[in-house]
Design a protein around this ligand. Structure first.
Ligand SMILES: Nc1ncnc2c1ncn2[C@@H]1O[C@H](COP(=O)(O)OP(=O)(O)OP(=O)(O)O)[C@@H](O)[C@H]1O
Ligand SMILES: [Mg+2]
Length: 460
């Protein structure tokens, strides 16, 4: 007797073989389920049973969101989207609640399901348990954040350690660095880590105020000090009492006010405009500038004595192009932030975007990267940012470069090196475990360790 033949795509299958394929799907180590157009589960394999904790009998015929119970199910169901838009979505990260209400991170891929005639009949989802990866990711990133400062570059991590130490003191700090490198972020992190964290953190932008207003803004005035002074006005120093004041763009503080600031630093008191009574304050001072104060001193635009009083410790935040290994981490951080802002689930940038970003010189530093990612998330209709969804002026700049490949290889090598080193260190240099976590063969790991010179006395 001939067996029944059925045709799927261009291929003919024996009916007996179809059962074989079903058996294969059932035994594959990846959760798989299918739904009909009413989102009712019509296929549920044994790995899906394992990951979710629900048996096939419990799952079949149920709406998929009753079994998976994820946030995405209600907000932005990718399976529904795949069916509606006739599109496949790969590697979407999600967290399901298993039968015991335990959160399990999963990586899912969804596609529409067609019948032989090409008519849509439902959708298909495959998913893997991502717990190990997520745990590893947490391990990798956990040591690197200092309040809102995200960084992993060695220079930055050293800076953070210094900051951690000095945040507990009242030492005045000068933070320098190009525009957008994160001077403000560091300043508020110092305040938040200090014993003054529950007192005010007051920021004064010395460049934004007209010279005639800076004095009254900083030190306040007495009623009647000048014609418009109808009542007393508190200065920013008084508002900051007990806390921290951030003098942003300190280089723009007019020279005549620099003497008054020096007095506050020396005597911890000052006279508001029109007042004969000194006001006592206890304020920690952090100053930031992207100009070179020593050059200004040479040109007599900045008082040298004030500089030394402000400069208990001075440090420079390096530009982003000198710490490219921070780029992937910052991308992830901003994807997270803007996905929440725009109520989306954009989780990655595609490889062309990563290449372009790793290669870019970022004259606007982290602020520029942040804006690019915000733009990408806002316009993206998928779970990843593609090159086409980047701002046009950025694309123009990167397209004119032809050295993308080299820098990319360099940057991704240093990223890989650090990743391997971190995993080795957190697993006591256990080669087997590390190779397993990285999902590569031991010999490949050895080869990579040799390439990057990663050896330790623990390793024979
Ligand atoms: N390491 C970082 N981690 C997270 N966000 C950062 C980091 N560095 C900078 N940012 C973000 O980039 C933007 C610019 O940072 P910030 O305002 O601190 O820069 P700045 O050096 O003070 O710039 P400017 O000289 O123009 O005042 C901010 O939105 C900030 O949140
Ligand atoms: Mg700033």
């Amino acid at each position: 007797m001939h067996s029944i033949l059925i045709k799927v795509d261009r291929y003919r299958y024996k009916m007996d073989d179809v059962f074989l394929y079903l058996e294969l799907l059932n035994n594959i180590t990846m959760g798989i389920f299918a739904v009909n157009l009413d989102m009712e589960i019509v296929f549920f394999n044994s790995e899906a049973e394992k990951i979710t904790g629900f048996t096939k009998d419990e799952a079949m015929g149920q709406r998929c969101y009753e079994i998976f119970r994820t946030e995405l199910c209600y907000k932005n169901c990718y399976l529904k989207k795949a069916i509606k838009e006739k599109k496949k979505f790969t590697h979407v990260r999600n967290t399901i609640l298993n039968k015991n209400n335990k959160e399990i991170p999963v990586d899912i891929t969804v596609s529409p399901l067609y019948d032989i005639k090409g008519k849509i009949r439902g959708g298909f989802e495959s998913f893997i348990d991502n717990s190990l990866y997520v745990q590893l990711e947490k391990e990798l990133y956990k040591n690197y954040s200092f309040e809102d400062v995200i960084a992993k570059d060695e220079k930055m991590v050293n800076l953070m350690h210094t900051l951690l130490r000095i945040s507990q003191t009242d030492i005045p700090v000068i933070i320098t660095g190009e525009t957008g490198v994160g001077k403000d972020v560091f300043a508020s992190a110092i305040h938040n880590r200090s014993n003054r964290h529950d007192k005010p953190f007051i920021k004064v932008n010395c460049a934004a105020l007209p010279v005639s207003l800076i004095e009254s803004e900083l030190f306040g005035y007495k009623k009647g000090a000048f014609t418009d002074a109808k009542t007393d006005k508190l200065g920013r120093f008084q508002e900051a009492n007990g806390g921290t004041i951030l003098l942003d763009e300190i280089s723009d503080l007019p020279i005549e006010l620099q003497a008054k600031l020096l007095q506050v630093l020396d005597e911890k008191e000052f006279y508001p405009l029109g007042s004969k009574k000194p006001i006592k304050v206890d304020v920690r001072i952090i100053s930031t500038t992207n100009k070179n104060l020593k050059d200004l001193i040479k040109n007599r635009l900045f008082r040298e004595d004030l500089y030394y009083r402000l400069n208990g410790i001075e440090f420079e935040i390096p530009p982003l192009r000198e710490r490219r290994s921070d780029i992937p981490l910052l991308i992830e951080h901003f994807l997270d932030i803007f996905s929440k802002t725009y109520n989306k689930t954009v989780q990655r940038v595609d490889s062309n975007v990563l290449k372009a970003l790793l290669n870019h010189d970022f004259p606007g530093n982290v602020r520029e990267l942040k804006h690019i990612i915000e733009f990408g998330v806002a316009v993206s209709d998928n779970n990843e940012i593609t090159y086409e969804s980047l701002p046009i002026d950025f694309r123009k700049k990167t397209e004119s470069k032809n050295n993308i490949k080299d820098s990319y290889i360099k940057a991704s090598n240093s990223y890989e090196k650090e990743q391997i080193l971190n995993i080795l260190e957190s697993n006591d240099w256990d080669i087997g475990k590390t190779a397993q976590i990285l999902n590569i063969h031991r010999t490949t790991l050895w080869r990579k360790m040799k390439k990057y010179g990663l050896f330790n006395t623990h390793v024979a």
